[in-house]
Design a protein around this ligand. Structure first.
Ligand code: F6P
Length: 458
């Protein structure tokens, strides 16, 4: 193997450069050239094949900084459709032109679908990334739990799942955590903690919306900031139960902090914040505001009495407010845990290619005995019997649906990830960089400008 390509596809995470860095370090050691394809699959489809040689003479270019968020080679949500033979033929020609012997795709489920078609003509390996932590399995046979029932009246089917296991063993989880997840939780936990003191001061109820699509892992991780209530998409919200919880807590402490995963549903199955479908092949939904919807519901269900004794809110104002953590969850410097896992997974992806694997995913595994280790799984093992990859859901054993909180086992799941997840250098970075006087006088130097000087075309 002389030259491999690498690309980043889908939404960014803080750990993408760390994955690329890990792959390039391993490639340097093995004397393999690495071509970074610009803007994900879009670069591979572009007839001019924009690319950057990331390790000329087998040493990394200085712009490749594992501590910097985002991706120096850019990302896009363009994917390769496996039924589009004309496009696939184009990819084949482009791969030949660039003399690639293998390809590493850094991405999530949509990226795997794009990779599958290319894997027929070129060895391809996925290095996982997603802040949502939804790429993987709770246990190996999980995809077989999905059942499709044809609808009598209309074309199509209803998809349901029959859970085969009530409990979970940490060592069975395939891809324990995905790079980007820990940093997203780090950002969320700090925001929740800050919102708490303002909610306390003004006797308010804060509803904080976090990302994660249909998976509630980021919301669960927010438990480190001690919110009073956590709502996850996997467990439909019962408004009566929620209202009782909120009223009781407000009575006790005159403030409540609720963390809600953006894909949360009401118990009639409606996604509270669903807005529109995005254009990636996973058919993902773009969420507009689950927290806003919840605030409205709670305003109606709580009534004024709950607040009457504590504080007379000015006319037109509300004791409830919502805030989205938003894209800050996806940006900025990755914390130590993410940097470590991402760079190891990047290196593992190179090893897998060298060992002759294709359509394979590098994975992070955990066991109490061995700690974190790196392994792999065939991409098709993530598919159900119809070939679909489902986002990994929070297993019921990780969440206490009566208390609307992380369960005791959920704590066991989070601890290995977060206990030593922040490095001394992460803290030192804040002390040194945030109020560096140079920031006031120097213009921001974008990586896009630097890398543009290195882009080559065929
Ligand atoms: O999948 C990552 C993610 O950040 C989700 O958590 C979120 O719903 C989505 O991407 C947002 O996508 P976009 O940046 O395209 O709005």
């Amino acid at each position: 193997m002389k030259r491999i390509g690498i690309l980043t596809a889908g939404g960014d995470t803080p750990a993408l450069n760390a994955t690329i860095y890990g792959a390039v370090q391993k490639a340097n050691a093995l004397k393999i050239e690495v071509a970074g394809l610009i803007r994900g699959y879009a670069g591979l489809l572009d007839p001019r094949l924009p690319h950057v040689m990331l390790n000329p003479l087998f040493s990394s270019i200085p712009e490749l900084d594992p501590c910097k968020g985002g991706t120096l080679i850019g990302s896009s949500r363009t994917y390769v459709d496996s039924s589009d033979t004309a496009t696939l033929e184009l990819v084949k020609q482009h791969v030949r032109k660039l003399r690639l012997d293998g390809l590493i795709c850094i991405g999530g489920d949509g990226t795997i679908n794009g990779m599958q078609a290319i894997a027929e003509m070129l060895p391809c390996v996925l290095a996982p990334k997603t802040i949502d932590n939804d790429l993987g399995l709770n246990y190996i046979d999980e995809p077989n739990e999905w059942v499709r029932t044809p609808q009598a009246a209309a074309p199509g089917y209803i998809e349901t799942r029959r859970r085969s296991r009530d409990s979970l063993r940490l060592e069975d989880i395939i891809n324990y955590a995905t790079p980007g997840f820990a940093t997203a939780v780090f950002v969320v936990a700090q925001m929740v903690e800050r919102l708490r003191t303002t909610a306390e001061s003004h006797h308010r109820i804060a509803v904080v919306e976090v990302m994660g699509r249909q998976s509630g892992y980021i919301a669960l991780g927010a438990a480190y900031a001690q919110p009073d209530i956590i709502l996850i998409p996997e467990v439909p919200v019962n408004i009566d139960q929620l209202t009782q919880h909120v009223a009781r807590l407000y009575d006790q402490q005159q403030n409540v902090v609720i963390v809600v995963g953006e894909g949360v549903r009401s118990d009639d199955g409606r996604e509270l914040g669903a807005a529109m479908a995005t254009y990636d092949p996973a058919g993902n939904i773009r969420y507009s505001g689950a927290a806003d919807a919840l605030v409205q519901l709670l305003e109606q269900s709580l009534g004024d009495e709950v607040f009457a004794e504590t504080r007379a809110f000015e006319p037109g104002s509300s004791p409830l407010f919502s805030r989205k953590v938003g894209h800050t969850q996806r940006g900025g410097r990755p914390i130590l845990f993410d940097r470590f896992c991402a760079s190891q997974l990047g290196g593992k992806a190179v090893e897998l290619l060298v060992d002759g694997h294709s359509n394979e995913i590098a994975t992070l595994q955990y066991s109490e005995k061995n700690g974190f280790t790196f392994s792999s799984i065939g991409a098709n093992k993530l598919r159900d019997r119809w070939g679909e990859i489902h986002p990994r859901e929070v297993h019921p054993s990780l969440y206490d649906a009566d208390r609307l909180q992380l369960s005791a086992f959920g704590m066991e799941y989070l601890k290995p990830i977060f206990t030593r997840s922040v490095g001394a250098d992460d803290v030192e970075y804040i002390r040194r960089e945030v109020f560096d006087a140079g920031c006031l006088s120097n213009r921001y130097q974008s990586i896009n400008t630097d890398i543009r000087k290195r882009i080559r075309y065929l």
